[in-house]
Design a protein around this ligand. Structure first.
Ligand code: ADP
Length: 422
């Protein structure tokens, strides 16, 4: 194992693990700080998914250090701290404090910060973060409920979060190639700067940066910062070979199910498309869950009565007006928790009923389901749609699992995903 990664949320971890896999590293994802005897097998990279993006900075630091120490114990010689490509954080953290603590742990004079993800519309120019062509403080992220971004200058944002002196390596140097970037690193660190924001407006820039940062004990960024690392590790002999990403994944025989707890527009479209295509479907409603008319037994009875191998669909996905009505009756948290807890209880009962293939829609929903299944360690398989791979559970029951962030995936996702299983 070469590269140990700490990601600040679950679907971000999957995104990074998929990027590394696509670029040739054999990668597993671990949900939560791994055990000492983690069965990672023969891999190049391990990505630990935390849920630390918006918790108190001290807890985020403690969890991240615990994850880094475990990764180091498992053999990691390089560390990567992954956060969102919109640099989601407040003036108190958590990106700055976690990066500073991890730099202290990893050693090294300095680290880099690069949330750029040009293909998803996130680019950095002269230290300013743009989202779909506008500075982030003019994008919808300015109104994010937890981490509103009101300043597009990442050097200023970061300096408010860390004691490390912040510098930048900008477009002209990045565009000129790895040697120019290395010279810029020397120039900045000679001035005492230890936290360097890196420009990138294209994948070519990210590949240049990969070559320039491959020897750093710690790098930080969005999933884009990983694009150039595998090839750079190969060039340095740090990995013996790059492994082509798997085109299919071996899935246990058995029945298939889709559990959708996301109300995002993409998931609602996928649910409608699956129903139109004839997939047997059961709609669950937070109010019926709250009054007990819908429970794990009623949902499992529906699944048991579904003929054939499936897939069968259980969904709570609803239009915004229905979600609002349920939230007003039950409270936002209770409405969400009721759905998550029910889908998690149903998921946990599926393996014993012969289910081996499962799609889960919704980030929070997926977190609840993998927790209930004990699917703490996942080997990354083929990409179904951008950002969503099939995975294979290495702990808990043997399953092929696809964890889909609510807004990801094309409309026929629930129909086509099965074609990649064998
Ligand atoms: P996404 O990835 O789309 O954000 P999540 O699973 O992260 O999806 O979040 C969706 C949240 O909404 C969950 O807490 C889920 O339990 C809750 N939820 C799902 N269906 C309903 C519904 N019909 N009414 C109210 N809340 C719901």
């Amino acid at each position: 194992m070469l590269l140990g990664c700490v990601a600040d949320d679950l679907t971000g971890a999957t995104d990074l693990a998929l990027t590394l896999t696509r670029e040739g590293l054999r990668t597993v994802q671990v949900n939560g700080v791994p055990d000492e005897d983690l069965p990672v097998g023969d891999v190049d990279a391990v990505v630990v998914a935390l849920k630390s993006r918006t918790i108190a900075a001290e807890s985020a630091v403690a969890q991240s250090l615990a994850a880094a120490a475990r990764l180091r114990a498992l053999g990691a010689r390089r560390l990567l701290f992954k956060y969102c490509s919109t640099f989601d954080s407040t003036d108190r953290g958590n990106i700055g404090p976690v990066a500073q603590a991890l730099l202290g742990f990893a050693g090294g004079d300095f680290t880099v910060f690069c949330p750029a993800f040009p293909r998803a519309g996130r680019s950095i120019y002269n230290g300013y973060l743009f989202v779909n062509g506008v500075p982030i403080d003019e994008s919808p992220m300015k109104d994010h409920p937890l981490t509103p971004m009101r300043d597009a200058n990442l050097c200023r944002v970061l300096q408010r979060q860390t004691e490390l002196p912040v510098g930048a390596v900008t477009y002209a140097d990045v565009d000129a190639g790895p040697a120019a970037v290395a010279a810029a690193f020397a120039r900045e660190t000679a001035c005492g700067r230890r936290a360097l924001v890196l420009d990138a407006i294209s994948d070519a820039h990210l590949r240049t940066l990969g070559a320039a940062i491959a020897d750093l004990p710690l790098v930080t960024g969005g999933s884009g910062i990983a694009i150039g690392l595998p090839a750079a590790y190969l060039a340095r002999g740090l990995v013996a070979a790059l492994t082509p990403p798997p085109a299919t994944i071996a899935a246990p025989a058995g029945r298939a199910a889709i559990l959708a707890g996301s109300c995002s527009a993409a998931t609602r479209g996928q649910v409608a498309r699956a129903i139109a295509a004839g997939v047997p479907a059961l709609r669950i409603d937070p109010l019926a869950i709250a009054d007990g008319t819908t429970n794990a037994a009623t949902v499992l009875a529906f699944l048991d009565a579904t003929p054939g191998e499936g897939p069968a669909l259980v969904y709570s996905s609803a239009e915004p007006a229905a979600v609002k009505a349920a939230q007003e009756r039950l409270g936002v948290e209770a409405a969400g928790h009721g759905v998550e807890a029910l889908l998690a209880e149903v998921a946990a009962a599926l393996p014993a009923r012969g289910y081996g293939r499962l799609i889960v829609a919704g980030g929070e929903t997926a977190g609840a389901v993998v927790g209930a299944l004990g699917a703490g360690t996942l080997r990354i398989g083929p990409e179904i749609d951008p950002g969503v791979p099939w995975t294979e559970s290495l702990t808990g029951p043997k399953l092929a699992l696809a964890l889909k962030s609510g807004n990801f995936g094309s409309e026929d996702f629930f129909l086509k995903a099965w074609d990649l299983l064998r």
